[in-house]
Write a protein that binds this ligand. Structure first.
Ligand code: 5GP
Length: 211
């Protein structure tokens, strides 16, 4: 039996740098991970390409995807829909890749409900002040949107206890290696290795038969 990959949920306040951390993780370990590309109704930011950062769709298209059960989960976040297309996630998990869903907290909770074996990571900047600075320096949002995102961050902070791990993104490289170490440990969980346990058990039984 081939080992299935781990469904990983990675959340963090908008501006926590989780996108950069995930990109670097994929760059360092391209054979281990696959990044799910979400669908969204928000407009592309400068530099974003359809099919790379997101599949940019209309509200009607998004609602069609919901109706046809093409999304593993979806949520509304600051006035826009965001959702995870089902097919890619299922294919990559079957292929043994650890699939990263970079999603917000409502989606994370839905995933945990549907897939209790999913691994939930929360990535945080070292402080709230640092978060505000990163959002302002990114320069991609208006001050109103930054305000809304900080307000949302406060609300989200009350949901962190639902996650399995809290990782601080201070130095990018350290954060990437920490995430990779957590996932490597998860692969060694007995509950994720039952087929190996059964194999060795059967082999051992074979020995005693021959006694
Ligand atoms: P942004 O507009 O900054 O790209 O994303 C806003 C928030 O939506 C982020 O917290 C991001 O992780 C989340 N998000 C992106 N894709 C999805 C998705 O497919 N489902 C859910 N629930 N959240 C998503």
């Amino acid at each position: 039996m081939k080992k299935k990959g781990i469904l990983m949920v990675v959340s963090g306040f908008s501006g926590a740098g989780k996108g950069t951390v995930m990109k670097e993780l994929l760059k360092r370990y391209p054979d281990s991970y696959a990044l799910s590309v979400s669908a969204t109704t928000r407009s592309p930011r400068t530099g974003e390409t359809d099919g790379v950062e997101y599949f940019f769709v209309t509200t009607e298209e998004f609602e069609q995807m919901i109706a046809k059960d093409r999304l593993v989960e979806y949520a509304k976040y600051v006035d826009n829909y965001y959702g995870t297309p089902r097919t890619y996630v299922e294919e990559q998990l079957e292929a043994g890749k650890d699939v990263i869903l970079e999603i917000e907290i409502q989606g994370a909770l839905k995933i945990k409900e549907k897939f209790p074996e999913a691994l939930l990571l929360f990535i945080s900047p070292p402080s709230a002040e640092e978060l505000r600075k990163r959002l302002v320096n990114r320069g991609t949002e208006t001050l109103d949107v930054i305000e809304a995102r900080l307000k949302r961050a406060r609300e989200e902070s009350f949901g962190i206890e639902n996650y399995d791990y809290f990782v601080v993104n201070d130095k990018l490289s350290d954060c990437v290696e920490e995430v990779h170490a957590i996932v490597s440990c998860e692969h060694r969980r007995v509950s994720r290795n039952i087929y190996l346990v059964n194999n060795i058990r059967e082999e051992l039984s074979g020995f005693s038969k021959g006694e």
